[in-house]
Design a protein around this ligand. Structure first.
Ligand code: PGA
Length: 249
């Protein structure tokens, strides 16, 4: 059985006052049936880890460097995130692929670093609107999965998030059939590579404009094990609606 995961990505949002949202979320779910993750900006990570109760909300990073340490001004290693209290790290988000030119190869190196540091990696994949309109979606996702996920099966230490770029922050979501097609494809692709057993332990998240209003229908799709949520994870009340939908799915 795959444990469901509601993951919030605060992106470049949040200062010390935002920790109150995290405390609220943590007190609403002292012992949840699903994994609830918030990835705040790195400046808040340590305080966020301290602000949540044990066994409730867990925290993670939004990126890490592929190396353990060294002369890389401004970067953070997976080990540093772990030291600050992170249990997860988001890797290869489309905003990092776009803003920082991150390649599949780099994301793969980061995923290996995350595993070595004892973090669970959430590797993001997703097509642009042009690629979807050109009917290239599955080719793009297949290539990103092959390129961004390391060779050694990471099983429970790996989560894959399908995030169509055109759905992020736009209020648009794919049809349920489109989500289903991609998620089934990802499961098969992972099974071909790692074997059915390993592949069946990897959680697959959908991300892109998930809101309390559309969460239930998204979670009804097979092979959707949770969500990666941006905007609607910033307020405990909104995120709570998504958590409840996932608990009830
Ligand atoms: P959104 O972002 O929920 O604001 O669309 C999702 C994401 O980028 O992970």
């Amino acid at each position: 059985m795959r444990r469901k995961l509601a993951a919030g990505n605060w992106k470049m949002n949040g200062t010390a006052t935002s920790l109150a949202e995290l405390e609220k979320l943590s007190s609403l779910y002292p012992n949840p049936d699903i994994d609830i993750l918030i990835c705040p900006p790195a400046t808040l990570l340590h305080r966020a880890a301290q602000a949540v109760q044990a066994n409730s909300v867990i925290v993670g990073g939004q990126d890490c460097h592929a190396l353990v340490a060294g002369a890389h001004t401004g970067d953070l290693s997976a080990e540093m995130l772990k030291d600050a209290g992170a249990e997860y790290v988001i890797l290869g988000h489309s905003e990092r692929r776009q803003d920082h030119g991150e390649s599949d190869e780099l994301v793969r190196a980061k995923a290996i670093a995350a595993k070595d540091a004892g973090l669970i990696a959430i590797v993001c994949v997703g097509e642009s609107i042009e690629q979807r309109e050109a009917a290239e979606t599955l080719d793009v996702i297949g290539e990103q999965i092959s390129g961004s996920i390391p060779d050694q099966p990471i099983g429970e230490n790996l989560v894959v998030a399908y995030e169509p770029i055109w759905a992020i922050g736009t209020g648009k979501i794919p049809t349920l059939d489109q989500i289903c097609e991609v998620h089934d494809f990802m499961r098969t692709k992972l099974a071909d590579r790692f074997g059915a057993d390993s592949a069946s332990s990897i959680r697959l998240l959908y991300g892109g404009s998930v809101k309390p209003q559309n969460a239930s229908e998204i979670f009804s799709v097979s092979n959707v094990d949770g969500a990666l949520v941006g905007g609607a994870s910033l307020k405990a009340e909104d995120f709570s609606g998504i958590i409840q939908a996932l608990e009830n799915a």
